[in-house]
Design a binder for this molecule. Structure first.
Ligand code: ACO
Length: 380
């Protein structure tokens, strides 16, 4: 290798590729802000719809703006017949994230909005996806249980309506609040893998639906959004809280990644975890049943064991995964729920990318064979 060999940043770790006004992780205080507001305060005091408005427009809505935002979101919730039929035609063996990825792509093909990439057109498309994705996720959740879909209820807020469409009822306010907190915490996280994917696609001047379709694909992987489902599978595999330590030793010896732990950016704990953990604790206390208590005990035991063995903290997927299970959602629906929230961050970044676009096209250091002549063609 020559003395001037370029420095390689595998996984773009530590590389700053652009500026953003949308959110930031403040390393010194281990905190996350959306448009300058600490996410913990937003989760404690504001609805998911208000946070969506903040991410898209830069400011929290006033009363009139919120009413208008809610009215438009609620009106866009129903799916037309063609989309609903397409989704029911997909095999039940595919993962719900495949259904969602297909739905985003299909909604893009159907959208009559002029595709001029303007901020106004993209705002309409973003709202369309925010409104319709829960309807898709809930219909698929019911289909897998052999149940008919339930139409959205325009009198219900975003979180409540999702429960209504999944289960035909809205649970107690604590459970809805816990769900809403998870949506606020999942909404945005700077240049994470799926958001960066959306920005890469957008940088070619492709359309918003193409960028979101690609982002759904990136989020599906277990090293990213798929980890919230993997957490639940892991807890089921361990089973007994008394086995947590022994299971962890075996998994680490086998060089397995422990799902819901670690983070590329946070090295001393994910700033979103404490508030989600508190909401989860409330959910467990409210459930007051032996199964919820067993899972919560196992969850805590594994967290302590992991901290002790590796000094690695849980990320948001760790408490969120168990919380969604206790709310009654099927495990394969956890990552689609993440999409219902992160759609806000993705689309805010798509708008920002377009406002100062430069094609994203990094370089690679070539490591293959030296240039060589093509051998003479084989005779047939
Ligand atoms: N289990 C076991 N070991 C881990 C874990 C883990 N979950 N996370 C990090 N490590 C280890 C690495 O193996 C590495 O050890 P080594 O130095 O002996 O090789 C060391 O900790 C440092 O890890 P990094 O390389 O700095 O981690 P990286 O930034 O590459 O990866 C990632 C971050 C992918 C999130 C990783 O922690 C992981 O795979 N976690 C499990 C999957 C997960 O929970 N993903 C969700 C991310 S958050 C989100 O999407 C909301």
């Amino acid at each position: 290798m020559s003395a001037t060999a370029p420095e390689i940043h595998r996984g773009l770790a530590g590389v700053v590729v652009d500026t953003t006004e949308i959110s930031t992780v403040i390393q010194e205080t281990n905190s996350l802000t959306y448009r300058g507001y600490p996410v913990q305060e937003l989760a404690a005091r504001r609805s998911f719809e208000e946070v969506a408005h903040l991410l898209w427009h830069g400011e929290l809505p006033d009363e009139a703006e919120l009413r208008d935002f809610q009215a438009r979101e609620r009106a866009l919730r129903p799916l037309d017949r063609t989309t609903a039929e397409l989704l029911t035609g997909l095999p039940r063996t595919c993962h719900p994230m495949d259904v969602l990825r297909t739905a985003v792509s299909f909604l893009g093909a159907e959208d009559p909005t002029e595709d001029d990439g303007s901020p106004a057109a993209n705002r309409t498309k973003s709202l369309t996806l925010l409104a319709k994705l829960p309807t898709v996720v809930a219909a698929d959740h019911r289909r897998r249980r052999g149940l008919d879909p339930i139409s959205p209820d325009p009198d219900l807020g975003y979180a409540e309506n999702f429960f209504h469409m999944c289960f035909g009822e809205v649970p107690d306010p604590d459970t809805v609040r816990c769900f809403e907190i998870s949506l606020v915490l999942y909404a945005e996280h700077s240049f994470n893998a799926s958001t960066f994917t959306a920005r890469v696609v957008t940088s070619t001047l492709s359309d918003l639906y193409s960028a979101v379709t690609a982002a759904v694909g990136a989020l599906k992987g277990p090293l990213h959004g798929g980890a919230n489902e993997a957490v639940m599978h892991m807890l089921e595999e361990i089973g007994d809280p008394d086995r947590a330590q022994e299971w962890l030793d075996g998994a680490l010896a086998a060089k397995r990644k422990i799902m819901g732990f670690g983070h590329r950016v946070y090295k001393h704990g994910d700033s979103r975890v404490p508030i989600m953990q508190t909401a989860l604790d409330r959910l467990v206390a409210r459930a007051a049943d032996p199964e919820a208590t067993r899972l919560a005990t196992l969850h805590t035991a594994l967290r302590h064991a992991m901290l002790q063995r590796k000094g690695i903290h849980p990320n948001l997927d760790y408490p969120a995964g168990l919380a969604y299970h206790l709310m009654g959602f099927d495990t394969s629906t956890f990552t689609p729920i993440f999409v219902m929230s992160r759609i806000t961050g993705w689309t805010a970044h798509i708008t920002e990318q377009l406002a100062h676009n430069t094609l994203i096209r990094p370089l690679a250091s070539y490591d293959g064979p030296h240039q060589r002549p093509v051998p003479t063609a084989l005779r047939p």
